[in-house]
Write a new protein. Structure first.
Length: 309
């Protein structure tokens, strides 16, 4: 009887097992195809890095190891990396530019140029971010070549001569005679503003003001009250408080071009004497932390949040 039962089970099981195997194999092919080709689920909030499953976002088809990459947009990384908004002011280094011959001599071989041009891949290892690797994701979130670094500027000084940047302070904007050093203005401005008449909304900056500040004040972008979601459009109540403070103390608390709070809302980046004394925009220049209103007794906080204290 036992032999008969085993025979029946075996006879039934073989086709069932075969069918299951076919179904599983087909499902795995579909999954693999979707993993490589289906990008319908990718949105502006999707982090395609360190997953190993969004190849089709950048590639026309699966790249060949050591061969053709089949990149979209002809391999133009300003297009491929468009989630990062590659416009002036949203990145800390220009791309698609050819460095001088002198500079080329200092660029290490492991920071490759493309057709003699600096591109995203000069500093970023794209292949690293394509892998599903928790270690990379933890130690090198920005997939910088040669990382992790003790400081972000360590990477910068692999190409740039540190000695030429050590003493640079764009906030020291006057010479010994009290004249404005135009070159310092151009660190942030497209052209030198007319400090006698132009307002904050009329000046021309080379990019996003907060990105300009974070070039040097990177730590403040992490360890600072700005972390409390300050870079936002203020509510009507906050705007009313700001206007009250401006009138009471004769200062300005400027919003950016998008009517959002930015670094200059609370801080005056200029040296005392650049903007004529008496103008509201001159207040806070060269003061402690360059605050437009004193930090003592949390005055600068009360300037906007007077109902909270």
């Amino acid at each position: 009887m036992q032999i008969l039962q085993n025979t029946i089970i075996s006879a039934v099981s073989k086709p069932v097992i075969f069918i299951l195997c076919v179904l599983l194999f087909t499902a795995s092919l579909v999954y693999a195809e979707e993993k490589a080709e289906n990008t319908d689920a990718v949105t502006d909030d999707t982090n395609v890095h360190y997953t190993g499953k969004y190849c089709a976002v950048c590639h026309e088809k699966t790249p060949e190891k050591g061969g053709e990459t089949f990149l979209k947009y002809g391999g133009d990384f300003t297009q491929l990396c468009n989630c990062h908004g590659y416009t002036p002011g949203t990145y800390i280094h220009p791309v698609n530019v050819e460095p001088s011959e002198e500079k080329k001599d200092h660029i290490p071989a492991d920071l490759p140029l493309k057709d003699g041009m600096i591109t995203c891949t000069t500093c970023h290892d794209m292949y690293m971010q394509c892998q599903d690797n928790a270690k990379y994701r933890s130690l090198n979130r920005r997939f910088l070549r040669g990382a992790p670094y003790v400081s972000r500027t360590t990477l910068c000084f692999r190409c740039h001569d540190e000695r030429k940047y050590t003493m640079l302070d764009p906030h020291n904007q006057l010479d010994e005679a009290g004249g404005i050093i135009v070159e310092k203005c151009l660190y942030c401005h497209i052209k030198k503003p007319d400090e006698n008449i132009e307002t904050f909304k009329e000046i021309e900056l080379i990019g996003n003001i907060d990105a300009l500040c974070f070039r040097c004040h990177f730590k403040q972008s992490k360890l600072h009250p700005i972390n409390a979601d300050h870079l936002v459009t203020p509510t009507p109540v906050i705007i009313e408080n700001m206007k009250y403070t401006e009138e009471k103390f004769g200062i300005i608390l400027p919003l950016d071009y998008e009517e959002k709070i930015g670094c200059p809302t609370c801080h005056n980046p200029h040296e005392r004497g650049v903007i004529p004394r008496g103008r509201p925009s001159a207040k806070g220049a060269s003061e402690k932390y360059r605050l437009r209103l004193s930090g003592e007794n949390m005055q600068i906080c009360v300037a906007c949040h007077k109902d909270k204290f």
